[in-house]
Design a protein. Structure first.
Length: 323
């Protein structure tokens, strides 16, 4: 159950939720405009031009549709965690949504688990529930959105933003759309773009690092061997940052800084904080999970592989930035 003190603070969750709806709707207007007028050099034709162009009913509808679908995916992810915590009697806050003036309109959402997680089955179930719920909600958005997506001439110019494709999007495009001819590209419908973000959020959360969802699942599956896996992932992220997307260097750099602080205890002032970021131990660390959870863990690994995007923004590797 939510603590009485947390219930009193629920107004903050509500305000952030409303602001995130507004910020994603604003981004959705731009997506809707681009989808309806892919060849327009400026604003679409509308009486009065300017802001009035974005008040066109079709643009408004697409903006609302994008915001609604993305919020459903994010809410489903966080409710997966929250309801699993409730199932085990773990104290957890309601979801905090983060509005943002970025390409997506949000930095996602999170809940704070206030009770210690002492048992492996709890750790696995809490970590797995969010990504699984978000992924299940992402699938229909991706496939339905692709049926309405367009094949358009490949845009040129240095200012053109090109997004990377996760493996699942490539497979879904091959099933739903006809082969894309040379010199053309897929213009995602706003619903399909919300699905793309859902895959990105799923893969980021499933990175087997620290106390991310993937960290919980990996610790429950592999125990102390998770440290080796995390080290491999950190090295891979640094390589991906150099050759595919410089943003991965932030993740890899933070991980290496964590290793420096915890293993070498330098700088000592940051050691207490770093220890808090390390995954806390559980009582039954050496007890294997049951077969059902092991199978589910294999499915989660497959979901991560299908959802991961090596280059979320193409042409933004460290090497490309220094050209």
């Amino acid at each position: 159950m939510t603590e009485p003190a947390e219930r009193k603070k629920a107004w903050l969750n509500g305000v952030l939720f409303a602001l995130t709806i507004a910020s994603t709707f604003f981004v959705g207007l731009g997506l809707g405009f681009t989808y309806l007028y892919p060849d327009a050099p400026g604003l679409p034709p509308a009486p009065g031009g300017g802001v009035a162009a974005f008040l066109e009913p079709r643009v408004l509808a697409l903006g609302l549709l994008y915001a609604g679908v993305l919020m459903v995916i994010l809410t489903g992810h966080e409710l997966g965690h929250y309801l699993t915590c409730r199932r085990y009697g773990l104290a957890a806050t309601l979801p905090f949504f983060i509005p943002a003036p970025n390409l997506f309109g949000t930095f996602g959402a999170f809940i704070k688990i206030k009770s210690p997680i002492d048992w492996k089955r709890q750790l696995f179930d809490v970590g797995a529930a969010g990504p699984l719920a978000g992924f299940v909600l992402t699938l229909p958005a991706l496939f339905i959105g692709l049926t309405y997506s367009k094949v358009v001439p490949l845009a040129g110019g240095e200012t053109t933003l090109s997004l990377g494709e996760p493996l699942l999007l490539k497979l879904a495009s091959a099933l739903v759309l006809k082969p894309v001819p040379d010199g053309s590209d897929i213009l995602l419908h706003p619903v399909a773009f919300a699905g793309w973000i859902g895959l990105l959020v799923t893969s980021l959360n499933l990175l087997p690092l620290g106390q991310l969802d993937g960290g919980h699942v990996a610790y429950a599956l592999f125990g102390k061997r998770k440290r080796v896996l995390s080290s491999i992932i950190l090295g891979a992220l640094i390589l991906l940052g150099v050759f595919f997307f410089a943003g991965w260097l932030i993740w890899g750099g933070l991980g290496l800084a964590f290793v420096l602080v915890v293993r070498l205890k330098r700088p000592k002032a940051l050691y207490p904080l770093a220890v808090r970021l390390r995954h806390p131990p559980i009582y039954d660390e050496d007890v294997p999970l049951n077969r059902g959870r092991v199978i589910l863990g294999a499915l989660i690994i497959l979901i991560f592989i299908l959802s991961f995007i090596p280059d979320p923004v193409k042409g933004s590797s460290l090497l490309a930035l220094f050209k």
